[in-house]
Design a protein around this ligand. Structure first.
Ligand SMILES: Nc1ncnc2c1ncn2[C@@H]1O[C@H](COP(=O)(O)OP(=O)(O)OP(=O)(O)O)[C@@H](O)[C@H]1O
Ligand SMILES: [Mg+2]
Length: 270
């Protein structure tokens, strides 16, 4: 088992109480262990509002684990996370959390028996009462909002099709549309790899990054394509064996750094 190194506290200038505008995400000495396996080594970093950050790294390096902690879906073993100055652990599930952060999963998670439009409108559930949510499944209100989001991601003609009958790429677009409708301040996206060909995966991730830029949203995403990361993201963070290898503006990351990041030798699963 790897020993976890103790990190120094964050510089005072990073502390949210010191700034008039707190960072979108503030990760303070966060780690995650599954039994003996330390999936994410203690990590501290800040992400500014509107920044688009790509997490890169080989399979098993801890990317999904880190994203799930930022999205409030997984509790860190140690450390704390603030979203826009608020302690994530204190945010109530439902509206409070949904306003701050929304996540697109590596395996898209649409409800197969609902239409594309109904799935998209489910992005509003966090903002609605239970009654309104149930009514919307029968008679979708805010249809225009949902249709506009589907149009934005290029699948509006599939609005009435049950998502079980959509292709992998279409389902991923619907998941993006749902997030646009949820409209959280921070978008967390785990790149689809399971069922999308590389060109489709690039297209969906590029579209998401562009949408985030237009709306001024903060985006934190895992990206498997280095070219997508360089084209659409401001900052690249390399993770390997749960440790940060680099954290640099996208244009400063060199091919040599990427070769070292993805090298097979020395990976913990080897
Ligand atoms: N629920 C879990 N229980 C035990 N171990 C886990 C669990 N989830 C992840 N792991 C382990 O933690 C490590 C990091 O996993 P994680 O899914 O975060 O990697 P990743 O970088 O997202 O990989 P990929 O690129 O394949 O999606 C891996 O070694 C994985 O096997
Ligand atoms: Mg993953």
């Amino acid at each position: 088992m790897k020993t976890t190194t103790q990190l120094k506290p964050l510089p005072a200038t990073w502390a949210s109480s010191q700034n008039s505008k707190p960072p979108a995400v503030l990760i303070d000495r966060v780690s995650k262990a599954y039994g003996d396996l330390v999936a994410v080594q203690p990590l501290s970093l800040g992400i500014e509002a509107g920044e688009r950050v790509a997490l890169l790294g080989p399979s098993g390096s801890g990317k999904t684990t880190l994203l799930a902690m930022i999205a409030g879906e997984l509790e860190p073993s140690e450390g704390s996370i603030e979203l826009r100055g608020k302690d994530l652990a204190q945010l109530r599930p439902g509206r409070e959390l949904c306003e701050e952060v929304g996540m697109i999963h590596q395996q898209y998670d649409l409800v197969p028996n609902l239409s594309a439009l109904q799935n998209v409108l489910a992005g509003r559930l966090g903002q609605w009462s239970l009654l309104k949510s149930m009514v919307s499944l029968v008679w979708p209100r805010d249809r225009q909002v949902g249709l506009a989001a589907l149009e934005r991601v290029g699948v509006s003609e599939r609005a009435r099709v049950r998502s079980a009958f959509l292709s992998g790429g279409e389902q991923q677009r619907v998941a993006v549309a749902r997030l646009l409708v949820q409209d959280p301040a921070i978008i967390v996206a785990d790149e689809p790899v399971s069922s999308l060909d590389p060109a489709r995966a690039e297209e969906v991730m590029g579209m998401l990054a562009e949408s985030a830029r237009e709306a001024g949203k903060t985006l934190v995403a895992t990206v498997h394509s280095v070219s997508v990361a360089r084209s659409f993201f401001d900052r690249l963070i390399g993770l390997r064996n749960g440790e940060r290898q680099f954290d640099l503006p996208a244009r400063e990351v060199t091919d040599a750094q990427l070769d070292v990041l993805y090298a097979l030798e020395g990976l913990r699963d080897e």
